[in-house]
Design a protein. Structure first.
Length: 329
């Protein structure tokens, strides 16, 4: 049972120093009483109700009315939480996440490992001369990506014209692997290597991908699936896409970048056709394309299901709406 004697509660430290702020006017005194409490919520409420029953102060009649019970601890907790949130936000802004830290470490290590080799100052790994095996790639970014894999026996040919120093280096190696992009540029370099040099193996990035974009797992798989030179012949080079539509992932941002990656997985060659179609498409319309990105139809969304029955060769369908099982069927 709670002892409601204020003196005893003060002595035990369960309530603090009682503060009274009063003023007198025309013989009537009014004031505010503040009682700090470390009691429980129930005990504090009981104490407040008890204080309200006081009807005399000394020889004078008195009336006490509770104005409020204020939980100071709750206010402090809110301030602490708000401040903690501010500190965490500042910390997050200044800190790198685990992936960024790993990437930065990799990048720092790789930048220190990469060298300039030969009279042409070609980007290369530190073991390009000492390792009996050699990996040829297209550019500096490819060398860096392979360094992340631990492959230090790389050299970049820096274009379709194979440097003479690289051709001489290849003669002293037990094996030479050409690890090239899965695009038109990679095919041109491959054809050049087949014509003027002796390579032993050919590894290619997946179609539409560049070596510099590949993950560790993708690079390992591509190198494991390398083919002997004897099984690879010169390949037909597709006509180049006009410069104004040759865009890479770095040219896109936000939702467009997500769409670019999605189209890349679908191996869509001319992604600009899809981008233009989406930008020009009205909300109520739907567009259909065949595998070669020829436009088959433009119709209202409500008529898509019936239209698809007429165009069985529809490969890509673009519209702003929900893709139902009925449409997929």
């Amino acid at each position: 049972m709670l002892d409601l004697d204020l003196r005893d509660l003060q002595k035990s430290g369960r309530i603090g120093r009682i503060e009274v702020i009063n003023e007198s006017e025309e013989g009537i005194s009014k004031g505010i009483i503040k009682i700090p409490s470390s009691l429980t919520r129930k005990e504090t409420a009981l104490l407040a109700a008890t204080v309200e029953t006081v009807n005399r102060v000394g020889p004078c009649e008195a009336e006490i009315t509770l104005v409020e019970i204020r939980d100071v601890r709750e206010r402090k907790r809110k301030k602490i939480i708000e401040r903690a949130a501010e500190l965490l936000k500042e910390w997050d802004e200044k800190s790198l996440d685990a992936a960024e830290i790993e990437a930065k470490i990799d990048n720092d290590i790789n930048l220190s490992d990469i060298i300039s080799w030969g009279p042409e100052n070609l980007p290369a790994g530190p073991d390009v001369e000492t390792n009996p095996h050699l990996i040829l790639v297209e550019g500096r970014a490819d060398v860096l990506n392979l360094l992340r894999l631990g492959a230090k026996n790389t050299v970049a040919v820096q274009g379709t014209q194979i440097p003479k120093s690289v051709l001489e280096l290849m003669k002293d190696k037990e094996s030479v692997t050409a690890f090239l992009d899965g695009d038109r540029g990679g095919t041109i370099i491959l054809n050049e290597l087949i014509q003027i040099s002796k390579i032993d193996y050919v590894a290619r990035a997946p179609e539409g991908y560049e070596v510099e974009e590949l993950t560790r797992k993708q690079m390992i798989k591509a190198l494991q699936n390398k083919k002997p030179r004897e099984s690879v012949s010169e390949q037909k080079v597709e006509e180049p896409v006009p410069d104004e539509v040759q865009k890479k992932e770095s040219d896109y941002h936000g939702k467009e970048k997500v769409l670019f990656k999605f189209l890349k997985k679908l191996k869509v060659k001319d992604k600009t056709i899809i981008f233009e179609a989406i930008n020009n498409l009205e909300t109520t319309q739907a567009l259909g394309f065949d595998a070669e990105l020829n436009e088959l139809f433009k119709t209202q969304i409500k008529e898509v299901y019936d239209t698809l029955k007429e165009f069985h060769n529809t490969k890509y369908l673009i519209f702003d709406g929900i893709l139902s099982e009925r449409l997929l069927g």
